[in-house]
Design a protein around this ligand. Structure first.
Ligand code: IPM
Ligand code: MG
Length: 386
């Protein structure tokens, strides 16, 4: 019997449609090799929605997204809509999806595939054993604090943003991070700026209060500036990091350097809500819309393909299919398939370098050809994966 799931896609702008299409093809292929299928529903969001509807996302579309088993998003934004004075901006779609659907925890795993060690500008010995997970708070902090505005004063213009966190907002993401650390190597770094910010000092108190509930986890506090340095000096020392919204945004781009390219990294945004199959969530690569290469079959689809694997694992309870897709990506890299972003930084593409130079569709085909699923049975969702 085939199990049917409902996934809403939000291709968005720039390379978003390219990479979402790639990930859809991979999921459909995994479904065909197994016993599930996905009914895809596409909605407009970001600049694409501004052009058609005048808003970054319509409330009907938000509702459609919330009613699905999960959401797969490409990227939003681009120079066409980047007027700093505009009231309507593509990113508002992201914040509506994240905020209205209460997807408060953004998981950004960073692993280094051995074949991509030369793609990173860091020294190979630093990359050995890197396997970390950034848990970024996603629905509060500076991104959502009000007021956030520019004002005219007698002394000229001023602007204000608000950094605020409630105890409950901190606790729910910190607890999830502890749970995830308990299922991994048992180390949690809570990252803050407690020497300056009141929100960080509250964050520290909550982490300390939760610590006794997770006796197998060794939790430490780390200041964000020194954490930024350690992420490139000693990245293998990290297991799980948990941090507020803006720090998580910045640190995850930095951590992408370890993986060889921003194009490699997936993410899952989760809340507390469960569907019949798993935890409801939104999945997206961490890269942006890269408008310069949009529609040219150049974008690396792996970040989105791996996001789709996370979707299968967390929201659909299909761990075997997720593992099969991750293994297929690894095999394609082992077999030498490389999109442009994965070539050694600073060198011109060399046709004689022994790699198989491919674009978005070539990489997607290579992944699909390598999918083989161990067992077709969906895994139970009760405990949730680590
Ligand atoms: C990300 C992105 C977004 C963010 C932008 C596009 C608003 O950088 O998902 O990391 O800052 O959250
Ligand atoms: Mg970012």
């Amino acid at each position: 019997m085939t199990t049917r799931f409902r996934v809403v896609t939000v291709p968005g702008d720039g390379v978003g449609p390219d990479v979402v299409d790639a990930a859809r093809r991979v999921v459909d292929a995994a479904g065909a090799a197994s016993t599930f299928s996905v009914e895809w529903t596409e909605i407009l969001a970001g600049g694409a929605a501004i052009d058609v509807h005048g808003v970054a996302i319509r409330s009907d579309d938000l509702e459609t997204a919330g009613a699905a088993d999960a959401i797969l998003l490409g990227a939003v934004g681009g120079p066409k809509w980047s007027d700093p004075n505009a009231d309507v901006r593509p990113e508002q779609a992201l914040f509506a999806l994240r905020g209205d659907l209460e997807l408060f925890a953004n998981l950004r795993p960073v692993q280094v595939h051995p074949a991509l060690v030369p793609s990173s500008p860091l020294r190979p010995e630093l990359l050995e054993g890197v396997d970390l997970l950034i848990v970024r708070e996603l629905t509060s902090g500076l991104y959502f604090g009000r007021p956030s505005e520019e004002r005219r004063t007698e002394g000229g213009r001023m602007a204000v943003d608000t950094l605020q966190y409630t105890e409950g907002e901190i606790r729910r993401v910190v607890r999830l991070a502890f749970e995830l650390a308990a299922g991994r190597r048992g180390r949690l770094a809570s990252v803050d700026k407690a020497n300056v910010l009141a929100t960080s000092r509250l964050w520290r108190k909550v982490v300390d209060e939760e610590r006794p509930n997770f006796p197998t986890v060794e939790a430490s506090h780390q200041l964000v500036d020194s954490c930024a340095m350690l992420l490139v000096r000693q990245p293998a020392a990290f297991d799980v990091l948990v941090t507020e919204n803006l720090f998580g945004d910045i640190l995850s781009d930095e951590a992408a350097v370890l993986a060889g390219s921003l194009g490699m990294l997936p993410s899952a945004s989760l809340g507390d809500r469960r569907t019949a199959h798993g935890r409801f969530g939104l999945y997206e690569p961490i890269h942006g819309s890269a408008p310069d290469i949009a529609g040219r079959d150049l974008a690396n689809p792996i970040g989105t393909i791996l996001s789709a694997a996370m979707l299968l694992r967390w929201s659909l309870g299909l761990d075997d299919a997720a593992i099969a897709i991750e293994a297929a990506v690894a095999a394609a890299l082992d077999d030498g398939y490389r999109t442009r972003d994965l070539l050694r930084p600073g060198t011109a593409p060399d046709p004689a370098d022994g790699f198989r130079h491919v674009g978005t569709s070539g990489m997607t085909d290579a992944v699909i050809e390598r999918i083989s699923i161990r067992s077709a049975a969906p895994t139970p969702v009760a405990a949730g994966p680590s």
